[in-house]
Design a protein around this ligand. Structure first.
Ligand SMILES: [Zn+2]
Length: 397
């Protein structure tokens, strides 16, 4: 509470210096009143023209919200926020991105808000105790990794283990990190051991949900990957997958950094929630990683994987949360979402899909290891040794 007061005071100080962008509550409602009093036919002053070009009033139930002028009413509203509300809004984005840095927060905020300033985000970040602790634990800065561009077909997945034996949580001692190289999408699982059989079982779980890569690699060594692939073959004989080495020395550094990032977000989650039960926290770290903007691919891993922005229950609607909850009773009658027209066609018995649910969800056909390449399987296996040098897949930019 003390922090919020200090933060708001700082924003007011800034507002005194420059009147641009920041909106005290009073001014916010003043603009709404001015806009409402405008007569459509009457002659307008230049100030009124300016207001009309910049703002629009959105009726949310019995609340009026100031939003950025839209080109069509179908555009999602981008909200203006008052100085008084800024702290809460930044805090939500900060937690959602796993105590994300300035740029990650800005990316998250600009989807929904029009006037949250870079300076305000920096100021907030400097107030966060958890983040200060994080900076204290010195980190080595690595080289910038450029995404590897090629239009070849081999997809890669990487599986690594993070040692958490010193912080055992119930039966769990290890974190398994699975990352799809193309989209940077990560899946995190708590493990009780580093046995290949346990890792393989988790991977089958993941592969049957999001598809399996052609090449599996690991920083834990090629022997480790070989054992896992052998276990995978036991559980899922049809799955043909080969092991590869991280080909570029830099890409190894990038995985190391990703793993230390996961540790940091997890420790921040444990501090925020005052718990040592990190196996539960892993789910939220996974979520935060996948929804946050990734510089290497120019979008969030979630967007890269699913082709749409992520939804988080009511908070992804444009309504203020308290209002959603008030309306709770009425939500049952809200129409269901539907896919774009070309994907299904209606019949008397209801919609008929022309595509698999997987294709509808991910926008691409599922991959199942080597069998999704155009090569005959025997050949792939014969070539086993050479796969490590197959170029990485890249996203269409
Ligand atoms: Zn923080």
């Amino acid at each position: 509470m003390e922090l919020e007061k200090k933060f708001t005071e700082e924003l007011y100080k800034r507002y005194q210096q420059t009147q641009r962008c920041l909106l005290p509550k009073e001014k916010y409602f003043g603009i709404i009143d001015e806009l409402k009093q405008l007569q459509p036919q009457a002659k307008k002053t230049s100030r009124q023209y300016k207001l009309l070009a910049r703002y629009e009033v959105l009726q949310c139930g019995h609340m009026e919200k100031l939003i950025k002028k839209r080109t069509t009413p179908e555009d999602s509203p981008i909200f203006f926020v008052t100085i008084e509300d800024t702290f809460d809004i930044i805090k939500t984005a900060h937690i959602a991105t796993g105590h994300g840095g300035r740029d990650r927060m800005l990316k998250e905020l600009e989807k929904k808000f029009a006037n949250v300033l870079r300076e305000s985000v920096e100021l907030f970040k400097s107030f966060c105790k958890v983040c200060q602790e994080k900076t204290k634990r010195k980190r080595t800065k690595g080289v910038v990794v450029r995404p590897i561009l090629s239009h070849e077909f081999a997809s890669r997945g990487q599986v690594d283990l993070i040692d958490f034996q010193s912080m055992q949580d119930g039966q769990y001692r290890w974190i398994m990190v699975y990352q799809d190289h193309l989209t940077k999408f990560v899946v995190l699982r708590p493990l009780s051991s580093k046995r290949a059989s346990e890792v393989a079982l988790q991977l089958v779980d993941i592969f049957t949900l999001i598809g399996a890569p052609v090449i599996l690699q690991s920083d834990n060594g090629s022997e480790f990957t070989a054992f896992i692939i052998r276990e995978l073959r036991e559980i899922w004989p049809e799955l043909k997958i080969v092991h590869g080495k991280p080909r570029h020395p830099q890409s190894q550094g990038s995985v190391e950094r990703a793993n230390s990032d996961i540790k940091d977000i997890l420790i921040a989650w444990m501090t925020d929630n005052q718990t040592t039960g990190w196996s539960l926290g892993l789910r939220f770290v996974q979520f935060a990683k996948n929804r946050s903007h990734s510089a290497g691919i120019g979008r969030s891993p979630y967007l890269a994987m699913f082709g749409v922005e992520l939804r988080v229950g009511l908070s992804s609607t444009s309504l203020p949360t308290w209002q959603c909850l008030e309306w709770s009773q009425e939500w049952a009658s809200v129409p269901h979402l539907s896919l774009p027209g070309n994907v299904w066609s209606g019949t008397k018995s209801g919609p008929q899909f022309h595509i698999s649910p997987y294709l509808a969800m991910f926008g691409v056909e599922p991959r199942v290891g080597l069998s999704s390449t155009s090569l005959p399987t025997w050949q792939c296996l014969e070539w086993n040794q050479e796969w490590a040098s197959v170029p990485h897949l890249c996203l269409w930019i």
